[in-house]
Design a protein around this ligand. Structure first.
Ligand code: 4NP
Length: 151
């Protein structure tokens, strides 16, 4: 089983989308995908209604997800840890215990050579068009990641 964790700040806007989108492209018997936030503001909450809506419009149900905070044991439980932006990356790496922990952490958009700005923008204070942009970035990049895992 390959285990992949998507991480943003609140775990209600970006990482739930990355979680749901990548999960939809991989075989669940071989891949486990989860998400978490570096902050605890929204622990126990459903994803933001705008993330739920943009996912649903594209055939993906993320409404059952529940926000949780990133924890040190995630370094043991996941093979790949993808940060949505450089601030999330710094926050995750600050909890690393050794080089092996740090090596698991990568900026999600580093996987997409077509995107110059490697930060998935935080849409929380934005509108539906910001969520659409985030969806498109994550969809294109998840396709690249999923293709790499295909036989
Ligand atoms: P996310 O977006 O990190 O993509 O889940 C945010 C959600 C909540 C807040 C900030 C960003 N907040 O400040 O509550």
């Amino acid at each position: 089983m390959t285990r992949i964790l998507m991480v943003c700040l609140g775990n209600i806007c970006r990482s739930p989308l990355a979680h749901g989108i990548l999960e939809s492209k991989l075989n669940s018997s071989e891949f486990y995908v989860d998400s978490a936030g570096t902050a605890a503001y929204h622990v126990g909450h459903q994803p933001d209604r705008r993330s739920i809506k943009i996912a649903k419009n594209n055939g993906i149900d993320i409404s059952h997800q529940m926000a949780r905070q990133f924890k040190v044991s995630d370094f043991d439980n996941f093979d790949f840890i993808y940060a949505m932006d450089s601030s999330n990356y710094t926050n995750i790496v600050s909890l690393a215990r050794n080089n092996s922990d740090i090596e698991k952490v990568k900026l999600f958009l580093e996987e997409n050579p077509n995107i110059f700005n490697k930060n998935v923008p935080d849409p929380y204070y934005g509108d539906m068009s910001d969520f659409e942009h985030v969806f498109d970035l994550i969809e294109a990049t998840s396709l690249i990641i999923a293709r790499r895992f295909l036989p």
